[in-house]
Write a protein that binds this ligand. Sequence first.
Ligand SMILES: [Zn+2]
Length: 67
Amino acid sequence: MKIPFLTSGKSETAIDPVCGMTVETSNPGGGASTHDGNVYYFCGPGCKVAFEKDPEGYLSGEKSIDM
Ligand SMILES: [Zn+2]
């Protein structure tokens, strides 16, 4: 199952897969990470670290983070 993080219409933003926030791809607060051929952007360093610990968990929706 493929989840469309990069939705059509808005080319300058992406959804942080950890917390669900909209992140500007030109200036992501938490940087970007490549996983399985896709690039993901993060609102902050904490989300990037959490994602890289368990990318499959967040992409599958099994995990989420409490803000
Ligand atoms: Zn985040």
